[in-house]
Design a protein around this ligand. Structure first.
Ligand SMILES: Nc1ncnc2c1ncn2[C@@H]1O[C@H](COP(=O)(O)OP(=O)(O)O)[C@@H](O)[C@H]1O
Ligand SMILES: [Mg+2]
Length: 368
């Protein structure tokens, strides 16, 4: 099947790595069928984008209706999904069409399905069996033709084992599983993503000078392990626009100012805070928590707990390595590349430092 060049999937999902190419082929194959799709993968990896691609390549002419089950209060979720009749409850002054009905002939995207309460799981199962819904406070069975795509960053199978997710629903939803790989498993896509996200950002704000990433900057981005996945890359680009618009970004800038939390010299503290606030993660947690922790050195280990909880899962080895690289480079730069002095400042032996520098490919005088 070589329809890749014409599909929405190939246009909107950036990446040429073999894992992403495979995933795109799977999306294109599954898109036209009616069975439910379960998209899994870590936060920020692109699950919602996969759901959109599935809809666009489905040939269905209804709408793509996204619902984030984690964002809707439990007590409102049923009426949000099923709608309600006038007078169904206090405050129901007129009939309201729910998300199921809105997605008739289209695609309903239930994001964070792992957060759906058990009582609603039972109702969802009934919808899948009968292809009809009843509005809250109504008796009519309303027939629906919808394609269901669900996503979760949780391990639904283990939720089934612990009794938090209905097994029968799990098997019904998991007809076509699609797993979105973390960005660390497709480093060769980082630069394509960088270029494409910068282009998108420029299209939104024409006239703004983009930051210019040097070859070393690109290397540093490709070497990073992206615990927050493509969303984190998007945030880094946002930060680069704020800090380096129209200027060249070096490898050291990437490591010190974009991936970690130092500000380039020359910005006043108020300006710094405004930038971190403006370029933090959508829910405003991770960067602020992390930033607060680094106000006073050394970093409080406790801050890593909040950071870990935010990301759910990380690659411990890569993170410890990144910390090591940053501290060694800081010591080398503070001692102007004098390895023995840097070793002293780090309280390790000179040969140990040299070995580490070799292993981590750190140069004596990191580029400025
Ligand atoms: N392969 C990709 N190509 C282009 N943009 C992507 C890709 N993967 C993710 N993105 C972008 O990254 C951001 C996070 O993706 P999203 O689908 O919301 O992740 P998730 O739902 O898994 O948390 C979005 O802005 C999305 O458009
Ligand atoms: Mg999402």
């Amino acid at each position: 099947m070589s329809k890749s060049s014409r599909t929405a999937t190939s246009a909107i999902i950036i990446g040429r790595s073999s894992v992403v190419s495979q995933m795109k082929r799977l999306i294109e194959t599954v898109a036209p069928s009616l069975g439910p799709v379960l998209v899994t993968g870590p936060t920020g990896a692109g699950k919602e984008l996969v759901a959109e691609a599935l809809h666009l390549d489905s040939g269905r002419n209804g709408k793509f209706v996204p619902v984030n089950c984690a964002a809707i209060p439990r007590e409102l979720m049923e009426s949000e999904l099923f709608g309600y009749e006038k007078g169904a409850f206090t405050g129901a002054e007129k009939r309201r069409i729910g998300r199921f009905e809105q997605s008739h002939n289209g695609t309903l995207f239930l994001d964070e399905i792992g957060d759906m309460p058990l009582s609603l799981q039972t109702k969802l199962l009934r919808v899948l069996e009968n292809h009809t819904i009843q509005r809250v406070g109504g008796n009519d069975d309303i027939p629906l033709n919808l394609r269901l795509v669900c996503a979760t960053h949780k391990d639904l199978k283990s939720m089934v084992d612990s009794g938090d997710f209905r097994a029968d629903l799990y098997y019904r939803l998991n007809v076509f599983p699609i797993s979105v790989p973390p960005l660390s498993e497709r480093s060769e896509d980082v630069i394509d993503l960088l270029d494409s996200l910068i282009e998108k950002r420029l299209a939104q704000a024409p006239g703004v000078a983009p930051p210019l990433f040097s070859d070393n900057a690109k290397k540093a981005l490709a070497a990073y392990d992206w615990p927050g996945n493509v969303r984190e890359l998007r945030n880094v680009i946002e930060r680069a626009f704020a800090l380096f618009s129209g200027n060249e970004v070096s490898g050291q800038h990437v490591r010190e100012n974009l991936l970690s939390l130092q500000m380039p010299v020359g910005l006043d503290p108020e300006e710094q805070n405004a930038i971190w606030d403006a370029t933090g993660d959508e829910d405003g947690t991770s960067m602020q928590v992390f930033e607060a922790a680094f106000d006073d050195a050394p970093p409080r280990p406790e801050a890593y707990r909040a950071w870990f909880n935010y990301h759910d899962n990380i690659d411990l080895r890569l993170h410890l390595r990144d910390i090591e690289v940053i501290l060694i480079e800081a010591a080398l730069s503070a001692t102007e590349g004098m390895v023995s002095h840097a070793a002293e400042r780090l309280n390790i032996g000179r040969t140990t430092l040299i070995e580490k520098m070799k292993k981590l490919m750190i140069e004596k005088s990191p580029e400025v």
